[in-house]
Design a protein around this ligand. Structure first.
Ligand code: TXA
Ligand code: MG
Length: 340
């Protein structure tokens, strides 16, 4: 398949290209586009044939449901059976932005979009290009992260071209994603809301508005199956990864003992001076937001460097967006972690 590339710097000069991409979606095609979290691969959420193409392009298992993207809160009435008070409060506070809510779905949402579930995941992104694309297409856009299934999510134009060239009708390339990890996913199906995937909108942010929520698996970090998407090997580099809970000094000593051809060490900017070519930084140790932003690029760099093994130092700060970073790293390492 020939993939058209639309390079866009800003919404004003890129308007015609976004319009064109909107037409492609409206006509049943598939377009990769940037959001503030990660790049998405989008199609008309209400068109089964179009959505089928997303699953094929990503090689995604059919039992993993998609998030539907909208630009106006009232669009939720076209997709969800109800819009409870707490959903109203949360969407008013965090939309547009990286929060996805799960509600009972309306009949018009095809089974393929919700993977046969009776619920639908809805999010309103805040990235200007994503919003313009949804508006120009005139339809809600189903969009998972635009990686090949199992790989780290894409957060730059280079990542999406690597993964999706030849697999989709068009790619909108527009630089790096601001947040770097996918949206917070919150189920509002039960009496007590359940956090299915941590993201930039944190548990504390949510609880400050609607009271106590549950974390799937009770917040136990080793819980392996969360929402359908969480049961597969995920975010994984080719290298086998081990998470290391350690301070800078301990990690340095550990690295000296474990140096080997093909072995890499992933840690923070502050650790760089202790290492040489076998080192990859994923941000600053005391700044979890910078780790979120750099995480998937760092994991992808391991593949480029043909790493066979990687030891990844964890930040002691697993709060706020740090919880989302830890959640993704646990999956990248298939729950392999050690404490020094
Ligand atoms: O930030 C994001 O959310 C990005 C951008 C593109 O918007 N999208 C994204 O989609 O991360 P995806 O498909 O990679 O992750 C969606 C997650 C999966 O774990 C999926 O199983 C879960 O949301 N999900 C979707 N619909 C669901 C539902 N009805 N019930 C439970 N989980 C659901
Ligand atoms: Mg994904």
């Amino acid at each position: 398949m020939e993939t058209r590339i639309f390079k866009i710097n800003d919404i004003t000069s890129g308007k015609d290209k976004i319009k064109e991409a909107g037409h492609i979606i409206r006509n049943g095609g598939v377009v990769v586009f940037p959001t503030e979290t990660v790049y998405g691969i989008g199609a008309n959420a209400l068109d089964s044939e179009a959505v089928k193409k997303i699953f094929k392009a990503k090689n995604r298992p059919a039992d993993n449901p998609l998030i539907v993207h909208i630009t106006k809160t009232e669009d939720i009435y076209d997709l969800a059976e109800n819009f409870p008070e707490r959903a109203r409060i949360l969407t008013e506070a965090f939309w547009p932005g990286p929060l996805t809510v799960i509600l009972p779905k309306k009949e018009c949402v095809p089974d393929i979009t919700s993977a046969g579930l009776s619920s639908v995941a809805v999010r309103m992104p805040r990235h200007e290009i994503a919003r313009a694309l949804i508006n120009f297409s005139g339809v809600p856009i189903a969009a998972p992260s635009a990686n090949i299934s199992g790989k780290p999510s894409p957060t730059s134009g280079v990542h999406v071209v690597n993964d999706m060239l030849g697999r989709v009708d068009a790619i909108i390339e527009a630089g790096s994603c601001e947040v770097g990890v996918e949206s917070t996913v919150l189920s509002l199906l039960d009496e007590v809301p359940v956090l299915l995937r941590p993201g930039a909108v944190t548990k504390a942010d949510i609880e400050s508005l609607i009271g106590e929520i549950k974390v799937h698996g009770g917040g136990n970090a080793t819980e392996k199956v969360i929402s359908p998407g969480m049961k597969y090997r995920h975010y994984a580099p080719e290298a086998s990864a081990v998470l290391v809970h350690a301070g800078s000094e301990k990690f340095k000593e550990f690295a000296l003992k474990h140096k080997e051809t093909g072995t890499f060490f992933m840690a923070f900017n502050e650790d760089a001076e202790n290492f040489s070519a076998d080192f990859i930084s994923y941000g600053s140790g005391d700044n979890p937001a910078s780790q979120a932003k750099n995480l998937f690029s760092a994991l992808r760099l391991l593949d480029i460097k043909k790493a066979k093994k990687v030891y990844i130092r964890l930040s002691p700060n697993n709060n706020d967006i740090g919880a989302a970073v830890y959640n993704r790293l646990l999956r990248a390492a298939q729950f392999n972690e050690i404490y020094l």
